[in-house]
Design a protein around this ligand. Sequence first.
Ligand SMILES: C[S@@+](CC[C@H](N)C(=O)[O-])C[C@H]1O[C@@H](n2cnc3c(N)ncnc32)[C@H](O)[C@@H]1O
Length: 422
Amino acid sequence: MSDSFKWHPDERPPQIESHSDAKLKVLRSYLRAYFDKLNVIPNREEFKLDLVDGFAGGGLFSKGSGVIPGTPLIMLEETSEAKVRLNQNRRKPLRVDCKFYFVDKEAAHTDHLRKVLSDRDYNLDEKQIVIRTGLFENEVDEIIRTIKIRQPTAGRAIFLLDQTGYSQVGLALVSRIFSELRAAEVILTFAADALVNFLRNPSDVSEALMRLQLGDVKKRELILSQESDESKALAQRILRGHVRQITGAKFDTPFFIKPSKSRRALWFLHLSNHPTARDVMIQQHWNNYNTCLHFGIGGFGMLGFDGILDDTTMPLFRFNENDALELHNQLLGTLPTELFRLVSEQPISIDALHHQIANETAARFFDLDKVILELFREREFEILNSENKPRSRALKRLSRTDQIALPSTLLLPAFSRRSRKQ
Ligand SMILES: C[S@@+](CC[C@H](N)C(=O)[O-])C[C@H]1O[C@@H](n2cnc3c(N)ncnc32)[C@H](O)[C@@H]1O
C-alpha cells in the first residue's frame, strides 16, 4: 500500500496528496448540498440517513504542519453542521438521525480512527458510530441488513467506496447495494490510469478483471487507449457505460479529479437511481471547477460511449465559465433535434426530460431549463402547463410538471435550429 494511505496510532497521519485533497472537497460539498436539497419541506420532522465509509482509512491527513479531516470525519462534521443549519429557520424542529459505519481492513487504521474520534468526543458505543476492522466485502451484507432494519422503507444511504486502486470493489457488490436499498447512492473512486496500464499487459488475467466483469471487447478497447487526454476520454466512456450496466444504477456523474504533479487521474464516480442526486453531484463539479474536469465536450453524446473510437479530438471540459457558455451553445444546437424526437408523439414533462437526458450531458437541470426556455421563445416548441394549457412566451421559470410539445405550426426548416448544421 502506498504511504499516502498508511496510518498508525503512534505516528503522524500521512501527508495528503493534492488529488486526494480535491476528492475530500468534492465529498464535503456534496454532503452539504445533499442535506440541504433533501430537507426543503418545512413540515418534515425527521430525516434518517445511513452513511457508510467502506474504505475509511485513519481519519486524518497531515497537510503542511497541520492536519485535516479524512472522509469519516467529514461525514460526521457535515452531519453536525446540517443539524444546526437545517433547524435555523424552522418552526417545527427537524430531527436529523444519522448512523455511520466505518470499515477498514487494517487494524492500525481503525485504531487510529478510534483515537481521532475519541479525541473529538465522539461516542463510539456503536449506537450511532460503528467501526469495523475487516474487508468491506465481508462486512457489507451485515451493514445492509442493519440499514434495512433501521429504515425498512426509505433505505436512504450513501456508500463511499474509496478504494486505493480499481479492483477492490467488485461491481456485483455495488449492484447488491442498489437492489437492496431503494434510495442508496454510491461514490466509487477508481485509479483509472492504473487500470488502463494494467490492461496493457495481456498475460495478466487476474481476479481483479473478473471483479470488474469486463468482457474481451471492452478490455481490448481499453488497452488501445494511450496516455493522452483523448484516450482518457475513451477509457472513461467505456468504463462508465460498463459500470452503469453491471451495477444497475440509472444515473451517474463520471468525473476525473484533476491530476496534479502525480499525473495520476482519479476517477470519482457517483452512482444513483435518482436524477436529483445526479444533479446535486454535477453542481459540485461546477462549484469545484478548479479541481474537476471531464475529458470530452459538453453537449449531447459527450458522455455516451457509442462510436468512441471515432473520436480523436476530444477537448477537455473544465467546468469554468467558458465551458458553461460553450455548453449552452452546444445544447442550443443539439437539443432541438433530441427534443423533436422525444415529443414527436406526445408532450414530455420537464421532469421526464431530466430523467431521459441526465446521463448525456454535464449540464445542470437549471442549464437545460435555460436552453429550453430560449427555444420556446424562438417558437421551436410549445410549453404547456400540467392541464395542457399553453404557457405565455414571457415565461421565466419552468415547473417540473410543465410539458414540452410540438408547436401547432412547425417552423419552416430555414428558420429552425434543427436544420442548422453544428
Ligand atoms: C484511499 S484509503 C481511504 C482514505 C479515506 N477514504 C480518506 O480519504 O480519508 C483506502 C483505505 O482502504 C483500506 N482498504 C483496502 N482494501 C480494503 C478492503 N477490501 N476493505 C476495507 N478496507 C480496505 C486501506 O487500508 C486504506 O486505509
